[in-house]
Ligand binder design. Sequence first.
Ligand code: GLU
Length: 517
Amino acid sequence: MGMSVRVRFAPSPTGMLHVGALRDALFKSLFARHWGGQNILRIEDTDRTRYSPESEQEFIDTLKWVGIEFDEGPHIGGPNAPYRQSERKEAGIYAEWIVVLLGKGHAYKAFDTPEQLEEMREIQMINKRPSGYFGGIWRDGSPEQVAAAEAEGKPFVIRQRIPRDTAIVIEDAIRGRVEWDSNTVDDPVLIKADGMPTYHFASMVDDHVMEITHIIRGEEWLSSAPKHACLFDSFGWDRPIFVHCPVIVGTDGKKLSKRHGATRVLDYAARGFLKQALKNFIALIGWSPGDDREAMTEQELIEAFDIKGIQPSPGKFDYEKLKWLNGCAIRALDPEQLLQEIADYLARPYTTEYFEQLEPEPGSPNPKDVLRTLLLLRTTIETDRAYALEAIKLEQQRVQTLADFGEACEFFFVDLPPMDQKAVDKWFKDPVTASLFAYLLEECSSAYLSESGPEVYDASLRAFQAAYGLEKLGPVVHPTRVALTGKTTGPGLFELMSVLGPARIAARVERAKGLLK
Ligand code: GLU
């Protein structure tokens, strides 16, 4: 590619930043990095009734959390500043270009009243005609008519004059040739009665002025593409390359919604997904590196990213795959780094807010328990970082999200862990258990166990097994695990014993003794 690639992420901040928008932003960022081009952030806030400053803040926070960077944008400036369309409007940029378009005859003033437009819609509905503005008096109004209406001070909008009786064709980089009968494309408003540009106009003018080479965006914009292409043609500008990415669906093939898991990107941060795993996962929705690689680093994604790898068919959002990738990313971290990730995760206010307002769901741990255990983890990291690190190291092999560390590590951090009654009933009834607990207490009081590694606990429990002539180690390890953790599952017993150390072990075995039948 000879020219320098320039792409833009151009959100209209009217709500939360959803997974679809993140994919859009990520594809552009990977594409720009792949070609050593520029990635531009532009805020499309011309629809003042829907624009929300909180939403813009959410976009900025989310992009920052996920680590998508821009070369130009409202937060960093750049040669095309300002990057917020309301400010560009104030600077007179759109007014200047609409005069050019009017002069070329590719736009016209339309003075229809709301009642007239309503009537037009009704007639179109009754006659089952496509709805939209295809003409009326003003498209072909005489200069005198227009001058008279203007002299009367009638409010007007400026519409795009779509050519009639012809084909509008684009070469989409993913879909190939797409063709529209121009008679089915209505004349969109470019400038509203209050002088504000619409999305169609502001976005395309900016794409030209900012020298955008590729308009990469979601498929929902494909139906606007003929208007956009015509606008470029009418100005006599070179068209950018259109790249319409497939929609995202759930594993059931239905459009992605709340049912498939959260769609707000910040919720993934709150649930303990690592940004690298989320990016890896999102990049693979509708795009493939061309081989069967799945777990990829950011650098690998940048190197492999290519528009040819984007599929025209809907991209599947598979939450199970995301969890799997996140588990891989957690295991790929050095334990110190992981501890820092967890500390940062717990320090973000939205993490606690999220679990505070989350409704309990069947099949998932209760949000209140998750929150309680996460706060315990946070306190332990603050008060006994070394101990927290040892606990985290053992659970690193088992969890899928950072949130999982709360419940997984809980037994390490409480004085006495809550006991699973079923486990107690099952494992505390063998007569040998009383001797086992007495033996463990004895062992813990001897100096050799402090500072000991897993192999010493291994040897100690095997010595008990041999002394009592037990055929299997099960009757030794299971009651011991239940006594120490309250549960039947968890990390390796000898490893966790070595992390707990003799004092904690003794306190827990003492308590377990009291529960013997
Ligand atoms: N502002 C539009 C949006 O919110 C941008 C669409 C486009 O990329 O052309 O998605």
